[in-house]
Design a protein around this ligand. Structure first.
Ligand code: PMP
Length: 442
């Protein structure tokens, strides 16, 4: 397993972990609320491995932003060269923005050909909403329950997950309308009955239109990420997109987490649903850790948006972030990242199914590609969520050198999302450690 690998030479060590933890009050970012009293302090990494300030090696199973792994030299060198040369956004140096935007648009189906670069997923979702509101002249938006779309005011308004934001229900603005999460594993409609979610959502959209508030947009993840890595029921997006378009609204796909090869193809979330959205939000993976996000839409919708005012991001699509984006695309091509992710993902999923056959706590193994969810239940019939157990299992996994976290509205799913370049022996290591925890107790 990865514990045996030699630590690569890295930067000089920062202050020790205890010192950093004692100084946490300097920030009100999420470290303040961090669950752990004394979390290991990661200082470097390579591929799917991370090393803390004491030299201990961990397997990173919850990576959000580095599909090519930590310490990717191609991206790091390209960014460093560009930072030394120039990194400022202006009308006099947009060459790299144009070049990257063209390459990005090539990944998307027609007529999605116009790109606006930003710095993060929340910003991309916010801009996607803004584009839809501007292009339709409307104010209402339909979102799906149990979703996370970001933390800016707009993206937070359409975020519906109770786990991420317990006050979401009370604080939701009146222009956001929520339809049920099309969760085929748990929820009102299960299994084959999950086909009923789409007509219900379509009905809600038509109801809003009839009541004089036709929605500007329907926004959804194209793969049910936050709920635990659950694919949408077949035909779901086709039916709901048709309803929102019939009433003159637009379809927004949040591909921030599921896009960019995580499911094994560039945008397998909407591709396997057989739809083309009107507006797509992308981020996370695009810069392999360098801040980069994008909204991609059609030329026609972009033109309707442009008439609404002047928008410019001082750092979005800067020369360095555009160069990072290009270097990531080159590495995906040269390393065959999607093919690898699909193969290792299928292998890992089959190994997790083997575990499920031996451990009753595993209620289901969800997911596609390298976006898997191991859902823990106390009872396979009632599906009572094993929330406390999931937390304890994650704690024990950390002691064994695996970084993992719970997800879902019940916080009872292992968010299994390693860098896309993860090797099979690391996948085996994760399965072995999970097997050990489930066998020995937590
Ligand atoms: N949309 C989805 C589906 C996400 O998972 C996230 C981040 N977890 C975001 C949007 C927000 O992205 P960011 O954290 O880069 O602002």
């Amino acid at each position: 397993g990865p514990e045996k690998r030699p630590a690569p030479p890295g930067a000089p060590r920062p202050a020790d972990a205890a010192d950093l933890i004692a100084r946490r009050d300097a920030t009100f970012a999420e470290v303040q609320e961090h669950y752990y009293d004394a979390p290991p302090q990661i200082e470097r990494g390579w591929r799917e491995h991370l090393v803390d300030t004491s030299g201990r090696v961990y397997l990173d199973m919850v990576n959000n932003v580095t599909p090519l792994g930590h310490g990717h030299l191609g991206v790091a060198d390209a960014v460093a060269r560009q930072l030394r040369r120039l990194n400022t956004n202006s009308r006099f140096n947009y060459g790299s923005v144009v070049e990257f935007s063209e390459r990005l648009a090539e990944l998307l189906p027609d007529p999605l050909d116009t790109v606006f670069l930003v710095n993060s997923g929340s910003e991309a979702v916010d801009l996607a909403l803004r584009v839809a509101l501007a292009a339709t002249g409307r104010r209402d938006v339909v979102s799906v329950a149990e979703a996370y779309h970001g933390w800016t005011i707009g993206s937070d308004a359409v975020s519906t997950s109770i786990a991420d934001n317990p006050s979401a229900l009370e604080s939701r603005p009146d222009w956001v309308h929520v339809v049920d999460a099309p969760n085929a594993f748990r929820g009102r409609h299960r299994g084959a009955d999950a086909a009923r979610y789409a007509p219900e959502a379509a009905h809600r959209i038509h109801e809003l239109a009839a009541a004089g508030s036709p929605p500007a947009a329907f926004i959804a993840e194209t793969f049910f990420g936050n709920a635990g890595g659950i694919p949408l029921p077949a035909g779901y997006l086709a039916e709901v997109y048709a309803a929102v378009r019939e009433t003159g609204g637009l379809a927004i796909a949040d591909e921030v987490q599921a896009g960019y090869g995580r499911l094994g193809e560039w945008f397998w979330g909407f591709e396997q649903q057989g739809v083309v959205p009107d507006i797509v939000a992308v981020a996370k993976a695009m810069g392999n850790g360098y801040p980069l996000g994008a909204v991609i839409t059609t030329r026609e919708i972009a033109a309707r948006f442009r008439t609404q005012g002047y928008f410019f991001s001082s750092t979005g699509g800067s020369p360095a972030s555009s160069i990072a984006g290009l270097a990531v695309l080159d590495a995906y091509r040269d390393q065959g990242v999607q093919r690898h992710a699909a193969a290792v993902g299928a292998y890992l999923k089959s190994r997790l199914h083997e575990l499920a056959a031996r451990h009753a706590l595993i209620g289901a193994v969800h997911g596609l590609g390298l976006y898997l969810g191991v859902e823990f239940v106390r009872d396979r019939d009632t599906l009572e969520p094993a929330t406390d157990e999931t937390r304890a299992i994650c704690d024990r996994l950390l002691e064994l050198g695996v970084i993992m976290q719970p997800t879902g509205d019940h916080q009872n799913v292992l968010k299994t999302k390693p860098p896309l370049v993860i090797e099979r022996d690391s996948a085996d290591f994760f399965v072995a450690m999970l097997d050990r925890v489930l066998t020995e107790g937590w």
